[in-house]
Design a protein around this ligand. Structure first.
Ligand SMILES: O=c1ccn([C@H]2C[C@H](O)[C@@H](COP(=O)(O)OP(=O)(O)OP(=O)(O)O)O2)c(=O)[nH]1
Ligand SMILES: [Mg+2]
Length: 155
């Protein structure tokens, strides 16, 4: 059977921390490559921290990388990313960082150097050319916003 998978995009990566493994896809079909923290950290309930990952990348033009949370950490420990998904621009050459928050109301959470804390999803992104107009074309939704289709109180 022939595969319909597209070939992976080539991304240059620089190891800032030479001892830790590069980001890896845990399973062949995974969308995100796991990122590791290079430092230990303990977060009290409600505390946030910026964790370094020890890697920097150069994406091709027309791509971006998105720093997504790991669902297991969220479900087990209440760990979220403050800016999820974090956006890594194609032109960014600095170390990828992860802005982690402990949303558990009672328990502290600990990370050890090398722990997988987030996942990096690489995607093609469109660039818009904005055309200013006085009136936008009509649509079924029109200006109906949050909750306007029912189920929650409309804002
Ligand atoms: O989770 C993240 C999000 C961003 N970045 C890096 C890559 C990105 O290209 C840069 C800027 O991110 P963003 O544009 O989201 O932040 P900003 O506050 O708008 O900063 P800037 O004014 O530098 O664009 O920071 C990370 O390392 N991790
Ligand atoms: Mg920005």
């Amino acid at each position: 059977m022939s595969s319909t998978a597209r070939p992976p995009v080539d991304v240059l990566i620089r190891r800032i921390d030479p001892e830790l493994p590069l980001p890896e896809y845990a399973q062949p079909g995974d969308a995100g490559a796991d990122l590791r923290t290079t430092v230990d950290a303990e977060l009290a309930p409600g505390e946030r921290v910026v964790l370094p990952t020890g890697v920097a990348i150069a994406l091709p033009d027309g791509y971006a990388a998105f720093v997504h949370p790991r669902s297991g950490l969220a479900a087990r420990c209440g760990v979220a990313l403050v800016n999820a998904p974090g956006t890594v621009d194609a032109g960014y050459r600095g170390e990828i960082k992860v802005i982690v928050v402990n949303l558990d109301p009672r328990e502290a959470v600990s990370f050890r150097r090398g722990d997988r804390i987030a996942q990096l999803v690489i995607q093609q992104v469109e660039k818009a050319r904005f055309h200013e107009v006085a009136e936008l074309p009509g649509s079924a939704r029109a200006e109906g916003g949050f909750g306007s289709t029912g189920g929650h109180a409309a804002v």
